[in-house]
Design a binder for this molecule. Sequence first.
Ligand SMILES: [Cu+2]
Length: 245
Amino acid sequence: MRNTRPVLATSLLLSTTGCGVYALPAGATTQAQVLRQDWIVFTLAGLFVAVVVFGLILFPLFAWRRRSNDYPVQFSRNTKLELIYTIIPLLMVIALFAVTYRDEIIVEHLGAHPANTVDVLAFQWSWRFHYVGTAINIEGTPNAPPQLILPVDETTRINLTSSDVNHEFWVPAFLFKRDAIAGVKNSFDLRPIHIGVYLGRCAEFCGFDHALMTFTVRVVSQTDYVRWLRAGGSSIVPSAEGSTL
Ligand SMILES: [Cu+2]
């Protein structure tokens, strides 16, 4: 009994710290804000189901525990009850599907005129960012990860592909992942809403140095972004406020 206390304390600590941080990220793009709402809806739905299920398990244990040799009336079917526990979960699944469908359309939407376009190439084991319409190419190595510069409150189109095996573009703060596949162009829009620096990584095991296949996204003001573009991507961008790695 004495040994269970550290385990319980650790679980409590993890649930109030680690999960507190990773369970509900703020969401640093407009697309992420939509996904964050989904996260809340799904979590509440899961909590509701958990409360009902655990309640139905625990309540009979205490309410109808055996007090004497008298058994309550036994029955083997209850049509009304069976209908209820079939229809309610079915309605929940339909509602969650509808919410997901609606929000995926918003997140996947490609604007007609994105302010900027960046071709992102994933390769073993780093990334190359080419700013379309400019000569700017930022290429990283496993030991010197590249940085993707994006303007705040503007839409940037990302055209993602790979030159070898499958990789995956993932920025946890954007609540977004997308596969990078050779011969396939996967396009998506990002509209960052907070200035800061965010960690990105490859989320698909792609070989020996997969773990080193990281990058950072630096979201800067539109003025800094234009200045940086005009300088051919070589000017020093002022350090971002509120860095969130
Ligand atoms: Cu990779």
